[in-house]
Design a protein around this ligand. Structure first.
Ligand SMILES: C[S@@+](CC[C@H](N)C(=O)[O-])C[C@H]1O[C@@H](n2cnc3c(N)ncnc32)[C@H](O)[C@@H]1O
Length: 223
């Protein structure tokens, strides 16, 4: 990872530790160079992970599309564990991470390599038709949101593309299980094989077989 990108990553608000960021960056580099297709992120927040994808996309002449409604996930709302009062818009009184995201990208000099979509992930996925080289799922961490992200975006991955899932936590004593459940579901579908595991970040590769459709998945939502 370029030292300026690393410095921007460390300066940005966010939750991803450096070892996971390094693994995400390596996956993005490989996908961008190998397929030359856009990289898709669900869960922009303040851009900490986006700039890793952006640097990889820029080096291969492609772009990142990053999707977020910028109103924060459940656990980021006032009174919850991951709330940051600096991210509340004083006019609306609601979370607004969009200006912080724009500052992160500007500071890293990567604005030209990112298309930011402000919207709800399932609605955006419904109108998106381009094949993707990488899908990074780091949006809402409820079963409803994680499942919708998987169902909306994973089928758009090109053969050989990478599905990266954050916050995969096998032991319920350590945290929420929704990302873990979509990770298990992807493997059970037969459409993906695991490439790497770094702390809670999992990288899976899309094979050439059939893709599971909602309601027809092998393994369902269980373990
Ligand atoms: C954990 S944060 C993302 C962190 C970011 N990837 C990073 O590493 O810095 C989750 C983000 O997902 C967004 N989000 C949650 N549910 C969403 C949905 N259904 N559609 C779009 N964005 C969503 C939230 O607004 C929040 O900014």
């Amino acid at each position: 990872m370029d030292k300026d990108v690393r410095a921007a990553f460390e300066a940005a608000k966010g939750f991803m530790p450096l070892d996971e960021g390094t693994a995400l960056h390596a996956a993005a580099k490989e996908a961008a160079a190998g397929l030359g297709l856009p990289l898709l992120e669900v869960g922009t927040y303040c851009g900490r992970s986006t700039l890793l994808l952006a640097e990889a996309a820029a080096s291969a002449g492609t772009v990142v599309v990053t999707v977020d409604h910028h109103r924060g996930s459940e656990e980021q709302q006032p009174g919850w564990e991951y709330h940051d009062p600096e991210l509340v818009d004083p006019v609306t009184g609601r979370m607004d991470t969009l200006p912080h995201f724009r500052r992160t990208l500007h500071a890293a000099g990567l604005e030209d390599h990112v298309i930011a979509v402000v919207g709800r992930s399932p609605q955006v996925a419904k109108v998106w038709r381009q094949p993707l080289g990488l899908v990074f799922v780091d949006g809402g961490h409820t079963d409803e949101h994680a499942s919708a992200d998987y169902e909306g975006w994973a089928p758009l991955l090109a053969e050989g593309g990478l599905l990266v899932i954050h916050d995969v936590i096998p032991d319920p004593a350590d945290g929420g299980q929704a990302p873990y459940r979509i990770y298990r579901r992807a493997l059970a579908s037969g459409a993906f094989t695991e490439v790497s595991a770094t702390r809670t970040l999992r990288v899976l590769r899309r094979g050439g077989g059939p893709f599971d459709r909602p309601g027809a998945e092998a393994g369902g939502h269980g373990k």
